[in-house]
Design a protein around this ligand. Sequence first.
Ligand code: PMP
Length: 430
Amino acid sequence: MNARPRPQSEALFDAAQALIPGGVNSPVRAWKAVGGTPVHVARGYGPLVIDVDGYEYIDLVMSYGPLMLGHAPASVTEAIIEAAERGTTYGAPTGGEVQLARKIVELVPCVEKVRLVNSGTEATMSALRLARAHTGRDALIKFDGNYHGHGDSFLVKAGSGALTLGEPDSPGVPKALAELTLVADYNDLASVEALFDQNPDRIAAVFVEPVAGNMGTVPPVAGFLEGLRELCTRHGAVLVFDEVMTGFRVARGGYMERCGVMPDLVTLGKVIGGGLPIGAYGGRAELMNQVAPAGKMYQAGTLSGNPLAVAAGVAMLNELSEPGVYEGLEATGARLERGLLAAAAKHGVPMVVGRVGSMLCPYLAASEVTTFGDVMASDRARWVPFFHGMLERGVLLPPSPFEAWFLSTAHDDATIDQVIEAADGALAAI
Ligand code: PMP
């Protein structure tokens, strides 16, 4: 099967590269991991996107998570239009912010108070500042392969050996700041315990994606999150669940609702903005009351609690409150998982699928994937022709083997079966 010509995307990408660094406003969109010209999208509808050359694709990128109801769901679109007609931003408080905050407090178990910001990055940066303010400590622990946005303190990788001080992952991140970020291994409690033991009274917070969604989809092993809770309590550190991806995605109340482990703070984003830019951090009132102007920890934003974003978010969360939504998403995810595994088995391609509800990642690997090391050991080279094989068959995947695939209520059984058929063809060809 030959790649279909996409002259309009190519022309746009050429123009963009002269105007925007790398031609994109967020790096993964440049298709560096898979090669070729990124599909430039003209419009989205339900589970589909249509590109500027007129091709239609079943979309499994879904803006990396926010679009639980597919593209352009009527309820969210109408809410945005109605809000826009009343003005786009005021710099004064509104009723919409109170509505969205009430929804989040009602539905996310650990949240007594919440502050709205404009992105997941802002949410994690603010939660970290709050944890530092609360504890009077400077260091934090994060996990290799977890992503918390592009704040300086989070753009840090493990040095040689897991139990070393962090090193900057990007030029421009001060070494002195990176050294405050200690990097442990996801799903390895002993690596966290060792860092606590080596750094008594220094660690302000542990940041974790409760389901690791930025190295595919890796669920926590039994006891891991419980162990983090226990270690943080014992050492007086703030436990932060970064549920920017999993919040309202894997359950209304995020992964904490599914696992029953309560963090001190949670960061949210994506779904709560219904596809418009948003972020949030929240938790126990005692902590959140330290945020300005209630308390001394400063954090602010011109467009925070933006009327369009909160209207879209409220409409989205209202729909997600309907009975059966998450059961339906679970069934959709399970159907795709079964189909992918069957297709892989048929063609003798080793595959394991990491999945929690409607987020999933098929790894070309022969055995279970529970650590970042397992992820890196999966067959990334063979994943590239798989990506292009899917594209040629009308399925748009995230252009990296480490990004999760996202489903929505708009992905019905027939759509999923088309994805499985495409996978059957693509796997046969690699
Ligand atoms: N945390 C997690 C877990 C994320 O997945 C992301 C983005 N994918 C972020 C934080 C950063 O969010 P944003 O891109 O909105 O800044």
